[in-house]
Design a protein around this ligand. Structure first.
Ligand SMILES: Cc1cc2nc3c(=O)[nH]c(=O)nc-3n(C[C@H](O)[C@H](O)[C@H](O)COP(=O)(O)OP(=O)(O)OC[C@H]3O[C@@H](n4cnc5c(N)ncnc54)[C@H](O)[C@@H]3O)c2cc1C
Length: 417
């Protein structure tokens, strides 16, 4: 490790590694990770949409544990909405369940292959700031305090990010915008091997329970809820109840407790000499809490903008603003504010409302109901359900884009199994 780089990236998750890989094509890059090992321990349910992932990585069997054909959403009364490749007119899988420990390590390996220096067990402890410009990172490595100078710092230090705060960016999350989760990796569970199951309602208030299959009767079984809805209980209490109802004979191989941002966009994610990406920038989907490909998308844009800034020798907010503008115009950038509004409405729905909403959605799918009958049923169900459906109409656009992405990608990728 040298004491000066063009760009220092803090955090070797998907956002940091993609930022480092992108920037290292032209610049001297240092990627630091506080943990002993990139990718471990895993704090994730590991689900990604295929079409979103293909933008940044070629699917590789070594980091895919299962190929997912669709998902099923269960209302509290058992009503089930199924969405599958078949129903969307797509051949093959819609999504993957990853092996995140291998996946994250491969991304860091890619960054190293392109030329980035990668250091583990190396924690950022502060920023060097001169005349309002971030000019380096304070680091603790194996008990030694060091300082590395840089032109740009990319903060990709995850949900508990401190980098933004050190630069004076307000990244604070309200309790109602924090997803708090517990998950078991379970063995000996009877699950559909190619479907993800999601359970909504008071078994996980302000969130959902999930069952994501990992092959050979293994599954990630978890519960995530907004921290504001916990009211003295813990996600693990809800998870244990869910597991005892659904998988009483299942065995626990690992327990993970974690959190994710479920917030609206931040006012800003940059300052002079600094950009935040991924969970650190709160670029996570507010409804699902999914943030892997969002982080990769932000990382790629930030890496490119950092390269440009280094070429132009201008690290000011004026130049780095391009990162925010391009991110906002990207697929997930466009969705974040919209999905935040849906989340705010969805958390107010009772079990009864959710039963009606899921029933209505399944009816629409099976009977192809016209607009007027849908609208009448919605108003009768609950005006909040009407608002949610109005917002969901926008998601149709996303589904179309994703479905098209999957179709297009099938031409380009061949799997050797
Ligand atoms: C229970 C749970 C389930 C989830 N399931 C899904 C899912 O199925 N699909 C999905 O898309 N998303 C899911 N997510 C969200 C997803 O895990 C994150 O959005 C994603 O990992 C964000 O990537 P990132 O690179 O921004 O941050 P991270 O992956 O969190 O990486 C940040 C890295 O920075 C390092 N770091 C932190 N501080 C420092 C420091 N001071 N110095 C050096 N290094 C530091 C950390 O050790 C970490 O390795 C889930 C989250 C949780 C909690």
């Amino acid at each position: 490790m040298r004491d000066e780089y063009d760009i220092v990236v803090v955090g070797a998750g998907p956002g940091g590694s993609i930022a480092a890989r992108t920037a290292a094509e032209e610049c001297d890059v240092l990627l630091i990770e506080k943990r002993q090992e990139v990718g471990s321990p895993v704090r994730c349910a590991e689900g990604v949409l295929k079409s979103a992932l293909l933008e940044f990585a070629h699917p590789d069997k070594k980091w895919i544990s299962s190929y997912i054909r669709g998902y099923r959403i269960f209302a509290p009364d058992g009503t089930m909405l199924e969405v599958s490749s078949e129903s969307l007119g797509i051949d093959g899988e819609l999504a993957y369940i990853l092996e995140r420990n291998i996946f994250d390590r491969e991304l860091a390996k890619d960054a190293a292959r392109v030329g980035a220096d990668v250091m583990v067990h190396t924690r950022a402890t502060g920023l060097v700031i001169e005349d309002g410009l971030v000019t380096g990172v304070k680091i603790k490595r194996l008990g030694e305090n060091l300082e590395v100078r840089s032109k740009i710092v990319i903060g990709a230090d995850g949900v508990e990010s401190q980098v933004g705060r050190w630069a004076g960016i307000d990244t604070a999350l309200k309790l109602k915008d924090v997803g708090s989760a517990a998950q078991y990796l379970m063995a000996d569970v009877d699950v559909a091997e190619d479907f993800c199951d999601i359970y909504v309602g008071s078994q996980a208030p302000g969130g959902y329970a999930w069952v994501f299959p990992k092959g050979e009767k293994l599954a990630n079984v978890g519960v995530g809820m907004l921290a504001s809805m916990l009211k003295g209980s813990r996600p693990i209490d809800y998870l244990d109840k869910f597991v005892s109802q659904h998988f009483p004979a299942g065995q626990q191989l690992a327990l993970m407790i974690g959190s994710c941002p479920c917030s609206d966009e931040l006012k800003t994610t940059i300052s002079s000499g600094l950009m935040l990406v991924g969970d650190a920038a709160r670029h996570c989907d507010p409804i699902s809490g999914a943030g892997i490909t969002n982080a990769m998308e932000g990382g790629k844009i930030a890496g490119n903008v950092a390269r440009k800034a280094v070429q132009q020798r201008d690290y000011s907010v004026r130049v780095l603003r391009e990162y925010e503008d391009r991110r906002r115009e990207s697929l997930f950038g466009k969705l974040q504010h919209h999905n935040y509004k849906i989340k705010e409405l969805a958390v107010t729905l009772s079990d009864n409302d959710l039963n009606k909403l899921l029933q209505l959605l399944t009816d629409i799918r099976s009977q192809r109901m016209g607009f007027t009958s849908v609208a009448l049923r919605l108003v009768a169900a609950n005006p909040k359900v009407l608002l949610i459906m109005r917002n969901l109409a926008h998601l149709k656009e996303l589904a179309d884009v994703l479905a098209k992405g999957v179709k297009d990608s099938r031409q380009a990728h061949v799997y050797d199994d």
